[in-house]
Ligand binder design. Structure first.
Ligand code: SAH
Length: 274
């Protein structure tokens, strides 16, 4: 290829199940001249859809500098270069560190979103992340590991909102999650769900517990990596006898696509037997 450099597409591969990549992401893989993928999490998608002759490289042993050099070099030779990342590239994906050098080198780049493991974990467990009148806010966060948390974003402070928390990168710090939720006033019986390898066929594990016992339950299941911690007042709602109805489907609540039942009745001709 001569002239203009190719484009680097940052593609979200989804949480693990190769079928959970977007159609757009898959089409890009099918056209790719080179694919740099992020470790064992996404290798299946890369190898399944890449065309014959595509240069495919696992980035797990590479530094950021080496990855950037690889992508820049690939763009000199191929029109479509894919950087395949787990879940959604905009969440804990070092996106800015990778796009800035490309911009500086005059290489065009685009992002294709992916199904995040937060959504995949909720789906695997059959849980909703929002429930009317209980929680209408979802916080995607982590606890401090080697990466410190910015001031005001400590889990204890975020948990004080009592909304849904999707906690990434923290399964080895469950004791810290427990401490923070307790400090924020969550009761011992508050439900917590941990999903290991959400959407991975044959490997997915769902551990349901409470603030008091979730750590022990995860230890019993030997879960120490690739896990999403969900803490939410809405967990388990599918089993409750009574919940506040979502207004969207409430017969008494009209919107753009449907008249409220009362309004329909009011316009019905008199003498209608119903
Ligand atoms: N960009 C990714 C997150 C990358 S950070 C996304 O949107 O999902 C890596 C963390 O994501 C892991 O520590 C774990 O908390 C979570 N994770 C990634 N894949 C997962 C999966 N299949 N099941 C559960 N958690 C997962």
């Amino acid at each position: 290829m001569s002239g203009r450099p190719g484009t680097v597409w940052f593609v979200g591969a989804g949480p693990g199940d190769p079928d959970l990549i977007t159609v757009k992401g898959r089409r890009l893989l099918e056209q790719a001249g080179a694919i740099l993928f992020a470790g064992s999490l996404v290798d299946q998608a890369a190898t399944q859809h890449a065309p014959a002759g595509c240069a495919i490289r696992d980035s797990k042993d590479m530094t950021l500098e080496a990855m950037n050099a690889w992508l820049i070099d690939a763009c000199a030779r191929h029109r479509t270069v894919v950087r395949l990342q787990t879940g959604d590239p905009g969440l804990y994906g070092a996106l800015v560190e990778m796009t800035r050098p490309l911009g500086a080198a005059g290489i065009p780049w685009r992002v294709v979103p992916g199904v995040s493991s937060a959504m995949a974990a909720a789906a695997a467990a059959g849980e909703t992340l929002t429930l009317p009148e209980l929680t209408q806010t979802v916080i995607l966060t982590r606890v401090a590991g080697r990466t410190p948390m910015p001031a005001g974003e400590e889990l204890e402070a975020l948990a004080a909102h009592r909304t849904t928390l999707c906690i990434f990168l923290s399964i080895t710090l469950l004791h810290e999650v427990q401490r923070a939720l307790r400090a924020a006033g969550w009761p011992e019986e508050a439900p917590i769900v941990v999903v290991h390898k959400a959407s991975w066929s044959g490997a997915e594990k769902i551990v349901r517990g409470t603030l008091a016992d979730i750590k022990r339950r995860c230890q019993d299941e030997k879960i120490a990596s690739q896990a999403m911690i969900l803490a939410s007042p809405a967990l388990g709602a599918r089993l409750w006898p009574d919940i506040a109805r979502s207004k969207l489907y409430d017969p008494g609540f009209g919107h753009r696509f449907r008249k409220a039942a009362a309004a329909v009745e009011a316009t019905a001709p008199t003498g209608n037997p119903t």
